[in-house]
Design a binder for this molecule. Structure first.
Ligand SMILES: Cc1ncc(COP(=O)(O)O)c(C=O)c1O
Length: 399
């Protein structure tokens, strides 16, 4: 983007939509979702039908989402937080058992380990992809390690094959090869080596929260797996121990959510396609921008660009990055967010549970990263304005 283009965009004025850094509706909705929701509600008026609970709508959505991910099974649930708790329950952790997941992450994964009585072993991220670093994971494995628990961070797949190799090399003395379990809350529909995210992993947890890539009326989630033997346990946990028995509670998605989810999953590739167009146009406009490192898409991956993550130079880490974000908001009206600060330092509860470990790469990268708004419905104009603002400010800050 040349100086003239930038100046003209900035002169023309601000964004047409005041995009929050992480928009409050990540997908788009249309009449189809409204119609199916109304139809499903009307059908539920009948006292012999009602809204409940494991019904054809739920089963149809589960089949459609499993097929979309290319896996045998999908268990729908009320959110990814519950799903992460459920996959940790399936490990039957004993005190002292360890699970490794990255610290530059949303807090839900570490919380799910601690919540099930396990020990969270935070690991470093790869500074280029921002995914859990396989080499660092390998160094942290002990005889107590039970699982490698990567997050597919900000819309990009984590390098699952690398984790599987490590898992095979370091079998647990009692349980055999380590389990690899993915958190794809932000990455539904992303690709990895010709498969969809969800295919690789003992289990993968998805979120359909309002901000996510597709949504089931604001809350919802799913667990996908190719392991048919674990499905009865997941279903029992979701519904008070029904079926397979054992402990369970209520983690169910509702019938209306499932009906809407069936419409959303059919639109998912289209919505991701639109996100990719915005991101690719943006990366082209930002080519050569001073100081900032643009998001990276490794070969073989299809990035969903749930977030468009930028890095400031090392010298700008911390305060100068914060100043950049503040000026971007105040002088240009462009919102941004740090997603995410390291959970092992920024969340006191988790800090206490990790003995305040030190993770120099994660701490440095988290002090350099920030995410600017993106959305499948973002106009070319708004995208160009955001780029003009980034260019203008990066040049001022550099000077
Ligand atoms: C990486 C990650 N994991 C888990 C969650 C929790 O998802 P949910 O809101 O569906 O419980 C989120 C939500 O923000 C997330 O970003």
């Amino acid at each position: 983007m040349n100086v003239k283009e930038r100046e003209s965009l900035l002169k023309q004025g601000s964004l047409k939509v005041k995009w929050p850094a992480e928009p409050l509706l990540g997908a788009y909705y249309g009449e189809e979702e409204v119609e199916v929701a109304v139809k499903t509600i009307r059908e539920s008026f009948d006292p012999t039908v009602g809204f409940g609970f494991i019904c054809p709508e739920i089963e149809a959505f589960e089949r459609a989402f499993a097929d979309y991910c290319g896996v045998k099974d999908c268990v729908s649930i009320n959110g990814a937080g519950s799903g992460l708790d459920m996959v940790m329950m399936c490990l039957d952790l004993e005190p002292g058992d360890e699970v490794i997941c990255p610290s530059v992450n949303f807090r839900a994964q570490p919380m799910s380990i601690v919540g099930q009585g396990g020990t969270w072993i935070p690991c470093e991220i790869d500074p280029v992809t921002l995914q859990a670093d396989p080499n660092d994971i390998e160094k942290r494995i002990t005889p107590r390690t039970r699982a490698i628990y990567p997050v597919h961070m900000n819309g990009l797949s984590a390098p699952m094959d690398d984790y599987y190799e490590i898992a095979e090399r370091h079998p647990h003395p009692k349980y055999g090869p380590l389990k690899v379990i993915g958190d794809a809350a932000r990455s539904c529909g992303g690709g990895y080596k010709g498969t969809k995210i969800g295919k690789k992993g003992w289990m993968t947890v998805f979120s359909f929260h309002t901000q996510k890539l597709m949504t089931t009326l604001g809350e919802g989630g799913a667990i996908t797996t190719d392991d048919e033997t674990i499905v009865p346990r997941l279903k029992a946990i979701r519904q008070f121990g029904w079926g397979a028995g054992g402990w369970g509670t209520n983690y169910k998605m509702t019938k209306v959510q499932a009906a809407v989810g069936l419409v959303q999953v059919k639109k998912l590739d289209q919505m991701i396609g639109s996100r990719r167009k915005v991101a690719q146009a943006r990366s082209k406009m930002l080519e050569g921008i001073p100081g900032l490192t643009l998001p990276f898409e490794p070969e073989g991956c299809v990035h969903t660009y749930y977030l468009y993550t930028l890095l400031v130079p090392k010298e700008w880490a911390g305060e100068k990055r914060d100043e950049f974000m503040m000026r971007l908001r105040e002088e240009y009206g462009v919102d941004s967010v740090v997603a995410n600060p390291p959970a092992h330092t920024s969340i006191p509860f988790l800090a206490e549970h990790t003995g305040r470990s030190s993770l120099p790469v994660s701490e440095e990268i988290a002090a350099r990263l920030f995410c600017v708004p993106t959305h499948p419905c973002m106009s070319e104009e708004d995208n160009a304005y955001i780029c003009a603002a980034l260019w203008d400010l990066a040049e001022k800050m550099k000077a």
